[in-house]
Design a protein around this ligand. Sequence first.
Ligand code: 8BR
Length: 448
Amino acid sequence: MWEELYREALEEGWKKLQKIPGVITGFHSTIDGLKRVDEELLKRLLAQFPHMKNIPDEPTPVIRTPEDLISDLLISIREGLAYQRMIENEETFKWTLENIGYDQLRLGGTSANMASLLSPLPINKILVYANPLTKELAELFPERENLFVLTREDGRPVLKSPRKAWKDQGIFAIHWILEYNKGLKVELDRVSFESPRANRFIAAWNPVNCRLKVSEEFKEDIFLIPDRFTHFLVSGFHILLEKYPEGKTCEDFIVPVASFVKEMREKLGLKVHYEFASIGSPVIRGLVAKYIFPVIDSLGLNEIEFATLLNDFGEQELSQELKDTRFPVVKLVDGLLKVIKRTTLKRIQLHTLGHYISITRERNELEERTALLFSAILAATRSLLGRYETLDDLKKGLEVPTITLTGYEGIRKIDDFNLIIVPTKVVQSPKLTVGLGDIISSSGFLLS
Ligand code: 8BR
């Protein structure tokens, strides 16, 4: 039965995407700088800090100095854990650019990734918010006829390909992905250790995006262009800081962006989806739930982010139980009911490795099932081939076997809500797993 439903979903989903007038993604597009960390690089860096004889237990909350960055990187290597920290000042950013540099630049940021992953699909227009759009960032976007940024030409707002709309040159924001292999040795005066597994440490300098500042030009022009948009994928709250060096707090930036999202939703008649992503700070998570949840329609997350959210909603016991019992579907459903009842969200979409679950207020369960199945085909194709360009590529993803059933799959009604659970396709040796959550949630939302 599921294989048949999958086949229908691919056909229906592909047709339905063509009817979507336009999709906006904002407000986080950036450059990822990939750098492989080896013993030689570490030795060269550590030579600058001869007084560093040991490292603390925990990484610093933010990176204020080059020494903080090195110490956080070493902690990540020692634990084999993927920490992410923001760089707070320009001097440290410049030091990192000069002393670490990068091997390769890649498109980064949730909004840019979503736009780029959606662009091979038959969607009429995708408008990505990318600011500041330098030549370096612009050239990382794929060249596609349906991908645009909003810019001005002769003083008038127009949609233009990002590659043709860049303003400055240079790297003004970068998220360093410092990757290391298993067994990387570190020797300090008082300690030595080696990485227990391959992983990465992310150090990000992004002074505009980390304040979620939306340009005044975009705020005016989005209401002036004649082009019609119907869906908005908002994200980027995971790179906010609790406090900023100039004395502001995250609340100072969340409140105005929430009110702008509300204005866009009301004036343009947009449906809004927010992709949660992993937010380390409970303070930021709390403020996002307070100000952002009321102005969106749809929320997307993975099971780990969901357990954290449940905890924030006062469901500590269920959150712990989920983690202890490896996220069984029934418990996830209990949690979803608790969260949706306490918000005005119209739908929540949760993805795990074996199942996608969505809970909705509206009676559109068949469309919702198609949406989830279609998004699973995209995830399977991307894992299998490392990319997708055409309908034929997706047909290869469709061939990936659907995983074993648990008995909970299907459509059900609970307390006035619709519950849709689908079994997914899991690729045995995936070529790529980065960005899968983004593509699952964004395509699921567009088809729901
Ligand atoms: P996040 O990026 O939000 O963590 O989501 C990752 C999702 O990618 C998982 O929930 C899972 O559904 C999907 N995924 C992963 Br990871 N590996 C996969 C694989 N080998 N085949 C199909 N989907 C996969």
